[in-house]
Design a protein around this ligand. Structure first.
Ligand SMILES: *[C@@H]1O[C@H](CO)[C@@H](O)[C@H](O)[C@H]1NC(C)=O
Length: 234
């Protein structure tokens, strides 16, 4: 009996601290990803990256790329529209999010969509891949900067297979080769976000949704915080 009480107390504490995690597309170490064996599931997927930056990117789980448990969970066509779905209850009044791709297993990232404010107050977010997104295996990331609470960065990543669209970019600005790098802050990199506002990404890119009643630029050395990235032209 006593043990049971402790267990239920612990789960209450866990629920109170729970944040948000990606449930679609399948991400590394996620309980929502059928490729991940039970022994590898991270039941703390909802926790943010460490403040010292030691598990940026992907909570360190980008090491799974190329393994069976890290194999792509979806096939996406360049130019197609897909959804990002987030599960959990502690939305911290939302904030700003980005969807990004990496072609070098997480070393550099390119933004495909930014949401400034309101994210993730609704669970599902649509984004459209640029027409010239290169084919091959890529990593997908959801990053989130919460509006209320500790200054944190959340990041879940998974592997995706991209197929070519056969179409050119809609415009030079829309080309994946001209997209900005992922915004990185609150991970001991000299850039931080301010509490109580939705962070205004310095370079959100051409596909950006605004749904904010108060934005603030990040502070510190944020221009260089996102490592510049370009998928290499095959
Ligand atoms: C997201 O897309 C997947 C794959 O098409 C689909 O099964 C799922 O229902 C979608 N989720 C939402 C919430 O629309």
């Amino acid at each position: 009996m006593k043990l049971l009480h402790i267990a239920s107390l612990l789960s209450l504490v866990a629920a109170a601290q729970a944040h948000m995690e990606v449930s679609w597309p399948p991400v590394f170490r996620s309980k929502f990803n059928p490729r991940v064996p039970g022994s590898l599931i991270d039941y703390d997927m909802t926790t943010p990256l460490k403040a010292d930056g030691s598990n940026y990117p992907c909570k360190g789980y980008n090491v799974d790329a190329g393994t069976p448990e890290g194999s792509p969970g979806v096939v996406w066509r360049a130019g197609g529209t897909y959804n990002l779905t987030v599960a959990g209850s502690a939305t911290h009044s939302g904030g700003s999010c980005q969807a990004s791709l990496s072609y070098d297993r997480g070393r550099t990232w390119v933004v495909v969509h930014s949401w400034i404010g309101g994210c993730p107050l609704t669970p599902t977010w649509d984004f459209t891949l640029p027409n010239d997104t290169p084919p091959g295996e890529a990593l997908f990331a959801w990053t989130w900067f919460n509006k209320i609470g500790n200054r944190e960065m959340y990041m879940n990543c998974g592997a995706v297979t991209i197929r070519a669209s056969g179409y050119a970019a809609r415009s030079p600005a829309d080309s994946i080769y001209n997209r900005p790098a992922q915004f990185v802050a609150n991970v001991n990199n000299g850039c931080s976000t301010l509490e109580g506002a939705d962070v205004l990404f310095p370079k959100p890119g051409p596909d950006t949704d605004y749904d904010s009643d108060g934005t603030a630029a990040p502070v510190g050395n944020c221009g260089a915080s996102g490592r510049r990235t370009r998928p290499s032209r095959a």
